[in-house]
Write a protein that binds this ligand. Structure first.
Ligand SMILES: C[S@@+](CC[C@H](N)C(=O)[O-])C[C@H]1O[C@@H](n2cnc3c(N)ncnc32)[C@H](O)[C@@H]1O
Length: 314
């Protein structure tokens, strides 16, 4: 009885917090809107709507020739490729205990993280295990003020909490919004978020949903790894994989083109003000999505401008 009452109370508090967070976040978005501009016509006749697309030719996509089966690789080698062996981050990682990683990730980390290596960063890594990657990031990112925060569901991971070294650890689930909020409140918002946690599809998607808007800075980078686990059991535990969600993000990144056609993007040239479009919130928050073998990287931004189409003189 008392337990049920407590559960109801916790649920009501969750709803209250969610309601106010959304309200505050939406208000921030509204303030930025210039309502003096003309809204785009809600029914732009040149937009290919989903209903219209349904009626078009059902032409197959990729040519079947690309899908014919081949023997791969043409030769077999034991151990990582030469380019991995000569990678400085891989070499650094091999000196640290209790690591387990796919060796092709190091080149990807260098590509994505390299440009930010010397900046003072707040980094969140989901999945601590033996503390290997926390130590790796602390060595790799060279700024003295950089803080690496690890979260893990296993209580013993708290042993890697080392405030004096700029490494912090908190215990909880990556799928628990209340826990994630408390981590963001304590250490965030973050410049980089790395998901190397449970690799369950439902958890990966939940973490992204709970962290992307409030937990990641506007210029932040969200990197999710081991996407291949979503092809395997027991990690695939939801209909959508993380990669499926990335495909949704790619579509949403182009949300403005789904609501207005070319004329809306070049009206400025004829002296008319640019249209205001109604787009999903996420359309205004994605700069770039990169997909590598088993790693997806979502670059966040606050898109202040709709792309502008311009023609120079003939
Ligand atoms: C692949 S290991 C992390 C390895 C670490 N990043 C490294 O490279 O050294 C995955 C970790 O995720 C943790 N984990 C599993 N389920 C989790 C969950 N729901 N929330 C947070 N962490 C979880 C596991 O306890 C495990 O320590």
């Amino acid at each position: 009885m008392i337990v049920d009452l407590l559960k109801d109370l916790v649920r009501a508090m969750g709803r209250y917090i969610r309601y106010h967070t959304t309200r505050i976040f939406n208000r921030k978005q509204e303030v930025r809107m210039d309502t003096s501009r003309r809204p785009a016509s809600p029914a732009d006749p040149a937009v290919a709507t989903p209903a219209l697309i349904e009626t078009l030719s059902n032409q197959p996509g990729l040519d079947a020739a690309y899908e014919r089966l081949v023997q791969w690789p043409p030769y077999r080698e034991n151990g990582p490729a030469q380019e991995v062996l000569s990678d400085s981050l891989y070499q650094m990682w091999t000196t640290l205990p209790r690591g387990h990683k796919w060796t092709h990730y190091f080149g990807i980390y260098q590509t994505v993280f390299g440009p930010h290596r010397t900046e003072p960063l707040r980094i969140l890594e989901i999945g601590v295990f033996g503390g290997s990657s926390l130590r790796l990031w602390k060595k790799y990112f060279s700024h003295a003020d950089t803080v690496i925060v690890g979260i893990d569901i296993e209580p013993e991971c708290i042993q890697f909490d080392a405030p004096a070294d700029g490494i912090r650890v908190r215990i909880g689930s990556q799928a628990d919004p209340t826990f994630l909020k408390s981590v963001v409140r304590e250490f965030g918002p973050f410049d980089l978020i790395i998901d190397d946690g449970s690799h369950h599809s439902s958890h990966m998607i939940a973490s992204f949903n709970h962290l992307y808007a409030e937990g990641l800075k506007d210029s932040g980078i969200y990197l999710a790894e081991d996407l291949h686990a979503n092809y395997w059991l027991p990690w695939r535990d939801s209909r959508r994989s993380f990669l499926d969600m990335c495909k949704e993000l790619m579509e949403h990144m182009h949300g403005h083109y789904q609501r207005a056609s070319l004329a809306a993007f070049k009206v400025g040239t004829s002296g008319q003000p640019m249209s205001v479009l109604e787009v999903p919130l996420i359309t205004t928050m994605i700069k770039e999505i990169r997909v590598f073998d088993s790693i997806a990287v979502i670059y966040k931004t606050r898109r202040e401008y709709i792309p502008y189409y311009l023609q120079t003189a003939d």
